[in-house]
Design a binder for this molecule. Structure first.
Ligand code: MN
Length: 153
C-alpha cells in the first residue's frame, strides 16, 4: 500500500515518516501544503494507511473543490508538519489545517466506497464539521479527479 509513497522519497533527506508502524482507524487530516502549487492534502485513515487527495483550493462549506487522488500515505503522516527540503518530492512547507475523527456514513465499507468512487463521511474538525462527500469524475488522462463538497443534509 505504501510502495508508491516510499518510492518518491529519500528518508535520509526528508523528515516525513516512512510509515508502517502504527495501525489505527477513524482519523482524518487536512494538511496545507505550500509546494510548487499551494494545495490542501485531505487524508482518511483506512485499514492502516491514509488514502489521500490533493484539494486544489482551501475547502469550505459553500464550494465544490477539485481533489486529485494522490498516493496513500502512512498514518503517521497525520501528525507531520515541517519543511520538505528543496529537491525532494513535494518540497515546501506542510502545516496541519484541520484534523479530527471521521465517520463513514455510507452503508458500505470505506475501501468499497473508494473503489466505487463515492465517499460520504461525517467530519468532526475545527474547520470542517458535518457531512461531506467525494465523488470520482470520469477519468481524463492519468489523474483521478474527484469532487469534494459539503452535503446539503
Ligand atoms: Mn501535497
Amino acid at each position: 500500500m505504501l510502495d508508491n509513497y516510499r518510492k518518491k522519497r529519500d528518508f535520509s533527506k526528508t523528515d516525513e515518516p516512512e510509515g508502517g508502524k502504527k495501525k489505527a482507524e477513524g482519523r482524518f487530516v487536512i494538511q496545507k501544503h505550500d509546494a510548487r502549487t499551494l494545495h490542501y492534502d485531505f487524508r482518511l485513515e483506512v485499514n492502516g494507511a491514509m488514502p489521500s487527495w490533493a484539494v486544489t483550493k482551501e475547502p469550505n462549506d459553500a464550494d465544490r473543490r477539485l481533489a486529485i487522488r494522490t498516493e496513500d500515505h502512512p498514518i503517521e503522516y497525520a501528525k507531520f508538519e515541517g519543511k520538505i527540503p528543496e529537491g525532494q518530492y513535494g518540497a515546501g512547507s506542510v502545516k496541519i489545517w484541520d484534523s479530527g475523527k471521521y465517520k463513514n456514513i455510507r452503508k458500505i465499507s470505506m475501501p468499497e466506497s473508494i473503489k466505487e468512487g463515492k465517499i460520504e463521511v461525517s467530519l468532526s474538525g475545527k474547520n470542517l464539521n458535518g457531512n461531506y462527500a467525494m465523488i470520482r469524475m470520469k477519468p481524463r488522462g492519468k489523474q483521478e479527479a474527484w469532487l469534494f463538497f459539503r452535503m446539503k443534509t
